[in-house]
Design a protein around this ligand. Structure first.
Ligand code: F6R
Length: 607
């Protein structure tokens, strides 16, 4: 997601900006849509700030080569979450007096309340971001000492942050703080760096100190201060590894980020005591949504499987008749819609040509269009009437993994949102919201099976064909598990509703054609067991995804991967995690380029 760099050195270095920009470029792999910096200008005794939409070289083009700056300098790459991709929304953000400049990673959950209060107190805002409240808050408390002002400002903030702050009136320092968003200090020779990711500092030093949650650090040209005594650590990664967060592939890094992705999607949106969810992007259409009596969900590929899970959630909990179509087909049928129909478009990139074409068609018919999108400011996000961002962060591996989790979590919130507008009781709302809040932890627990799944992949990699079966909420997960395996391992895999096996597919089953069965302990568990028996009767090998504590299943199947218990409607959010890992390890063992599988593109912008 966003990236932070800060640089300060002993002898004010005229190359500071160049060094900072180089370090920032090492964070480019994380994906971003705009960049900016703020630097102490020793001649003018002021801070110079510059921002640009697009790549870092667009920012570089704006720097006048004759300008002699000094340091400290703070730099940022932004990946939009609040507010579109514009120069104005890019970081650093400053206060009214242009004294405080600040870069931020994370999300300030209570920014709306803080902003309203600050506006009442006379502060003038110039961006749509949540971050800008931080610079005005620091301004409010600034009495000449930057650390003190930052400390007081942060005491009012709810959410997550990694920040770096500089001030014209307290110029020879960078103040940095973290809560839930990584930040480290790089301790070089006569120079200090601050960064959100080790890859930014590695070219300068391997000696680092990782800040812990709640810590505030101050860097001056001579020294650094953190309240707690901390020993520096050595970074062991090579530069290329660092860019993947130490993982061998982006895909594994992104699967390992799945718990965080769920957390980001849910952050600040669950109101547990009222059993409801708050989706700010729907505020403007709240009343229209009350009248909607039919939903159409449209998407492609993995996103269309999220839509299928959404169909079950929305029908069961919101009580709204829902249908799902893949965008490439939807366009060419004659969808019958009326003024009480809403169409929801789901897309990670927000640029998928088929989905956009279907969106255009629905807009032509004049119905309400809603986007569930990851990329802020993408065409889908701009063209829909309203929407919810999934906040999954940039997904670099071609095969979608963590974005799918963001889509599922968002759809579950959608079901509660619409359900609570209708018949859903408070107790039911509370129950779902409470279970949703537990999901990030349960997802972390699910990931602990990774070594076991790697071993299983070794046993299954030499089969050429696979069935993936599931029912109800986990039928779409069977489709997703099969798609992921075929995309990156090039093995033939098909997902099918387990009840459909006997209507044809079962003809293929023998000892050479294994089945991956997804059967959490839910309302269709017994039916799934019967379907597995049908497979076993034909000598088919079965790998099951089952709920922790279900020991009986071991007697029927060949291998089991356990997932924690949760509500039936939320089981897909956990059951898909082992399937992503299974596809990943199988492809790695077969020696394929998992991040860039053949014939595939990350964003399919052609029809
Ligand atoms: C599968 C995959 C694709 C995408 C599909 C839609 O791993 O990545 O199936 O899910 O192309 O892309 P978005 O979500 O960007 O519209």
């Amino acid at each position: 997601m966003c990236g932070i760099v800060g640089y300060i050195s002993k002898d004010g270095n005229p190359n500071s900006l160049r060094l900072g920009v180089e370090a920032l470029k090492r964070l480019e792999y994380r994906g971003y849509d705009s960049a900016g910096f703020a630097i102490w200008d020793a001649n003018k005794k002021d801070i110079f700030c510059q921002k640009a939409v697009g790549r870092i070289n667009k920012l570089e083009e704006k720097i006048n080569n004759n300008s002699v700056f000094d340091n400290p300098v703070i730099l940022h790459t932004r990946w939009a979450t609040h507010g579109g991709v514009t120069d104005c929304n890019a970081h650093p953000h400053c206060d009214c007096r242009k004294n405080i400049y600040l870069v931020h990673n994370g999300i300030i959950e209570n920014y709306k309340e803080l902003k309203e209060q600050l506006i009442k107190e006379g502060h003038k805002f110039s961006s749509e971001t949540d971050t800008e409240v931080l610079s005005h808050l620091v301004e409010k408390f600034f009495k000449g000492n930057l650390e003190e002002a930052v400390r007081r400002a942060l005491s009012l903030v709810r959410g997550t942050y990694g920040i770096a702050v500089i001030s014209r009136e307290d110029p020879k320092k960078i103040v940095a703080a973290r809560l839930g968003s990584p930040l480290l200090l790089g301790l070089g020779e006569n120079e200090y760096l601050i960064a959100s990711d080790p890859s930014a500092v590695i070219a300068h030093t391997k000696k680092v100190i990782y800040l812990d949650d709640g810590e505030i650090a101050t860097l001056t040209p001579e020294n650094f201060f953190i309240l707690k005594e901390k020993k520096p650590e050595e970074i062991e990664w090579k530069l290329e590894e660092a860019q993947k967060g130490g993982f061998p592939h982006f895909m594994l890094k992104e699967i390992m980020e799945e718990p965080e992705t769920i957390e980001n999607a849910l952050r600040g949106r669950l109101i547990i005591e009222e059993g409801r969810v708050k989706l700010g992007g729907l505020d403007g259409i709240q009343e229209k949504l009350r009248k909607i009596n039919r939903l159409i969900l449209v998407a492609c590929g993995t996103a269309s499987y999220a839509a299928r899970v959404g169909e079950y959630m929305l029908e069961e909990y919101a009580g709204i008749p829902t249908e799902v179509d893949t965008a490439s087909e939807f366009r060419y049928r004659k969808p019958i819609v009326d003024k009480n129909t809403a169409a929801i478009f789901i897309s990670q990139s927000g640029e998928t040509a088929d989905t956009l074409a279907a969106l255009k068609e629905m807009k032509q018919k004049g119905i309400l269009t809603i986007g569930i999108t990851n990329v802020v400011g993408s065409t889908q996000a701009r063209e829909t009437d309203a929407g919810v961002y999934t906040r999954s962060g940039p997904e670099i591996a071609v095969a979608s993994t963590k974005a799918f989790l963001g889509q599922l979590a968002t759809l579950a919130m959608f079901a509660v949102y619409l359900g609570r507008q209708r018949e859903m009781a408070l107790v039911m709302g509370k129950r779902i919201v409470q279970e949703l809040a537990k999901l990030p932890e349960l997802a972390k627990e699910t990931l602990k099976s990774a070594p076991e799944i790697e071993k299983l992949a070794k046993n299954y990699k030499d089969f050429n064909n696979f069935w993936f079966i599931g029912r109800k909420y986990n039928y779409p997960i069977a489709l997703e598990g099969a798609l992921k395996l075929k995309e990156i391992s090039y093995l033939h895999a098909e997902g099918v509703g387990a009840g459909e096996l006997k209507h044809g597919p079962i003809a293929l089953i023998d000892e050479t054609f294994p089945t991956v069965a997804i059967l959490p302990s839910d309302s269709v568990y017994e039916k799934m067991v019967s379907n597995i028996q049908e497979v076993k009767a034909r000598r088919g090998k079965v790998l099951a995804i089952a709920t922790q504590g279900n020991e009986d299943i071991k007697k029927i199947v060949d291998d089991v991967i356990y997932i924690p218990k949760t509500l039936e409607m939320l089981t897909p959010i956990l059951s898909v995690i082992p399937l992503h890992l299974f596809a990943y390890y199988t492809a790695v063992l077969l020696g394929h380029d998992v991040d860039k599988p053949r014939n595939l593109a990350k964003s399919v912008t052609v029809e």
